[in-house]
Ligand binder design. Structure first.
Ligand code: HEC
Length: 107
């Protein structure tokens, strides 16, 4: 899927700080959840029938689940690019994911 139509639909999340989060950013409801469903949940959903070895307890079903793994998400998806194991996430989608991690997770 593409984030772009979703981004265009979520202009209300802008702030006026001038930082990277000042632009309309992807939120959980506008792209974040869909990203995890598409790229991670086949193995990582809590209810996944076949986790392909994904550790029990590492699941991304809710924003709160995701927020517990911020550092590891950054490391595995953005720095090392070892998740998902097969790769395949386009560069622009990775950029949006980075913005999501930076701007749209609860403190
Ligand atoms: C094909 C199945 C599969 C998919 C899809 C997948 N993972 Fe994993 N994941 C694994 C397996 C297997 C492990 C345990 C081995 C390892 O850590 O490499 C794991 C471990 C992890 C861990 C815990 C280990 C650590 O480094 O802290 C995180 C976090 C993680 N995955 C994030 C993700 C994210 C985010 C996505 C989607 C972008 C994703 N994974 C997609 C199979 C998968």
């Amino acid at each position: 899927m593409s984030w772009l139509p979703l981004l265009l639909a979520c202009a209300s999340t802008a702030d006026d700080s001038g930082g990277p989060c000042a632009e309309p950013v992807p939120t959980w409801n506008n792209g974040g959840q869909a990203f995890f469903v598409q790229w991670c949940d086949s193995c990582h959903a809590e209810s996944s029938p076949n986790r392909y070895g994904a550790p029990v307890g590492v699941h991304f079903d809710t924003l709160d689940d995701v927020a517990e793994w911020t550092d590891r998400l950054d490391a595995r998806v953005l720095q090392d690019a070892t998740m998902p194991p097969g790769g395949g996430i386009a560069e622009d989608e990775l950029d949006l994911f980075a913005t999501f991690l930076e701007c749209s997770l609860p403190e």
